[in-house]
Design a protein around this ligand. Structure first.
Ligand SMILES: NC(=O)c1ccc[n+]([C@@H]2O[C@H](COP(=O)([O-])OP(=O)(O)OC[C@H]3O[C@@H](n4cnc5c(N)ncnc54)[C@H](OP(=O)(O)O)[C@@H]3O)[C@@H](O)[C@H]2O)c1
Length: 220
């Protein structure tokens, strides 16, 4: 079975993710409604959140009490770029971390994950086969709801793979403009109308600071 995939983002009115001053209280207040079993993100979002200089593996992996109520943190990293797995594992938000890798992931990186007891799902040629990886998350860990915490690249890949079930969007009252591809969904242009993701509006609310929350279900 595939888990339900919920994309939750904050963007400008023109759908850009840069120059935002997100209200984290609003953003994560809504997250709690989704009752996610796993948070799916990519290594560039981790770099953006933690800074590349801090992405250095700690020497000691301190034990902490497992809390089964917390979601898993699942990170795509087919090139073996991330090196702060133990730090992520110790964060209070997740019960553990899982890496999504592919057949092009350097074997030394997979060995390292194994040494530090980080589970890896290895699937796909080149980049991670996201459909298969989601299926494995359900079958190995019982994950039924995945919240995606990512930017345009991973959102776009999930969109084109037909894996998006819900879109939750906080629209900030700002317009950014620009030519660089910093949009909510970065993916190859469609060739036919068949690739459109049709949505059904579930909820629309005005929140603090002029932020509008739109929550859609995908019509499949
Ligand atoms: N405003 C918001 O709500 C919000 C939320 C989260 C993040 N962000 C921002 O978004 C930016 C990063 O977003 P991002 O999406 O570029 O980075 P990301 O979330 O790190 O996603 C990139 C990851 O997706 C994988 N990927 C990309 N295309 C794929 C495909 N076709 N198949 C399989 N895997 C694929 C990449 O794989 P490889 O490992 O193979 O490269 C990489 O690991 C940051 O600036 C972050 O701050 C904004």
């Amino acid at each position: 079975m595939l888990p339900r995939v919920i994309l939750h983002n904050q963007a400008s009115l023109d759908g850009r993710l840069d120059w935002l001053q997100a209200d984290l209280g609003l953003f994560y207040g809504i997250v709690s409604l989704f009752e996610e079993d796993a948070t799916l993100t990519g290594c560039d979002t981790i770099f953006a959140a933690y800074g590349e200089q801090e992405c250095v593996e700690d020497i000691e992996d301190k034990e902490r009490e497992a809390n089964d109520k917390l979601p898993l943190l699942v990170v795509t990293d087919s090139k073996g770029r991330l090196s702060n797995w133990q730090r992520l594992r110790r964060e209070e938000y997740w019960r553990d971390v899982v890496a999504l890798c592919s057949n092009s992931t350097p074997p030394a990186f997979l060995d390292h994950l194994s040494d530090i007891h980080v589970d890896a799902i290895v699937t796909g040629n080149g980049q991670v086969d996201l459909r298969r990886a989601l299926w494995e998350l359900n079958s190995r860990y019982g994950v039924e709801v995945v919240r995606v915490d990512s930017g345009g690249a991973l959102n776009g890949a999930l969109l084109r793979a037909g894996l998006v079930d819900e879109v939750s969007l906080l629209i900030s009252p700002t317009v950014v403009g620009g030519l660089s591809p910093r949009s909510l969904f970065r993916a190859p242009d469609l060739e036919t109308v068949d690739g459109l993701l049709h949505l059904e509006l579930q909820r629309m609310e005005q929140l603090d600071g002029g932020v509008v929350w739109l929550h859609y279900y995908a019509v499949k």
